[in-house]
Every structure is written in structure tokens, then in C-alpha cells.
Design a protein around this ligand. Structure first.
Ligand code: SF4
Length: 145
């Protein structure tokens, strides 16, 4: 990121409808259905952010710029407490996303993050660097291949 001239910060959510339904299913002791819906909700918000990220990549590539991988507070070596900084930059109340005292987002199916924008240089290893390739956290569900 230190080589980037600009950065994009984002907060995205699929809302709280899914988690309300999960709570209802759990109350009815339909735990398997709740588990499936939990997984589907996580995939839905991830897919939404992936689509946004790909759109941004296309947009910046057309301007002869590249973008880094995206990073989120609470992953890698970025403390979840830094979530507050992102929320100071973006008015998340417009999409009804709030932070708890422990810096978790509500609705839970929300993702915040940042990626850098750099002059296009597809051969520059700094811009292609993927920290997951050097990371020892083998059980990380966010590992990028
Ligand atoms: S595997 Fe990748 S995403 Fe997961 S903690 Fe390591 S660097 Fe971060």
C-alpha cells in the first residue's frame, strides 16, 4: 500500500434480513437450516464485494492504473479496532451499518475494507504481492490462493 497514490475505502452489507431469519430458524430449533442460511449469507456478502472489487479493477485498468488486493480490519495484522477509522471516513448510517463497542459490524453480514490504487505496472512484484503466500495462519478462511 505504501507505493499507492490513492486508496478506496468501502463498507458493504446485505442488510439484517438474513440474520433475522437465522434467529427465527434457531428459535424453532431448525439448526441445520440456520447453519445453511448463515453460510449462504456469508457467501452473498463476499460475492457482492468481489463483484464491486472486479468492477473497480476494470474501471482503474481503463485509466492505466492497477489495484492491490483488498484488506479488512480484523484480518492479517490489521487490528479490528482500526474499524473505527474506516467508519470515520464513511457515513455508514446511510446503509444502516453500525459498529459495536468491540468494533464488530451490525448487520453481521457486512464487510469493510480498503484497497490501494497504483500506476499500472503489471510486472512490479510489489503490486502483485500476496501476504497470504508468506502467512503461517493455516486455518485462515480468508486465505487468498
Ligand atoms: S492467510 Fe492471508 S488473509 Fe489470512 S491472515 Fe494470513 S495473510 Fe491474512
Amino acid at each position: 500500500m505504501k507505493h499507492c497514490k490513492d486508496a478506496v475505502c468501502f463498507i458493504a452489507t446485505i442488510g439484517d434480513g438474513v440474520e433475522k431469519e437465522i434467529a427465527r430458524l434457531t428459535e424453532e430449533e431448525r439448526l441445520f437450516d440456520a447453519y445453511i442460511l448463515e453460510s449462504m449469507g456469508s457467501m452473498a456478502v463476499e460475492n457482492m464485494v468481489d463483484a464491486f472489487f472486479k468492477d473497480m479493477e476494470t474501471k482503474y485498468n481503463a485509466q492505466d492504473k492497477g489495484i492491490t488486493l483488498r484488506f479488512s480490519p480484523g484480518y492479517c495484522d490489521w487490528s479490528v479496532k482500526e474499524q473505527k477509522k474506516l467508519f470515520r471516513l464513511i457515513d455508514a448510517t446511510r446503509i444502516d451499518v453500525t459498529l459495536t463497542d468491540s468494533c464488530l459490524m451490525h448487520p453481521r453480514k457486512s464487510i469493510s475494507g480498503i484497497f490501494g490504487i497504483h500506476p499500472f505496472d503489471g510486472d512490479n512484484p510489489v503490486f502483485q504481492y500476496n501476504p497470504c503466500s508468506d502467512c503461517m495462519k493455516k486455518d485462515c478462511t480468508a486465505r487468498r490462493a
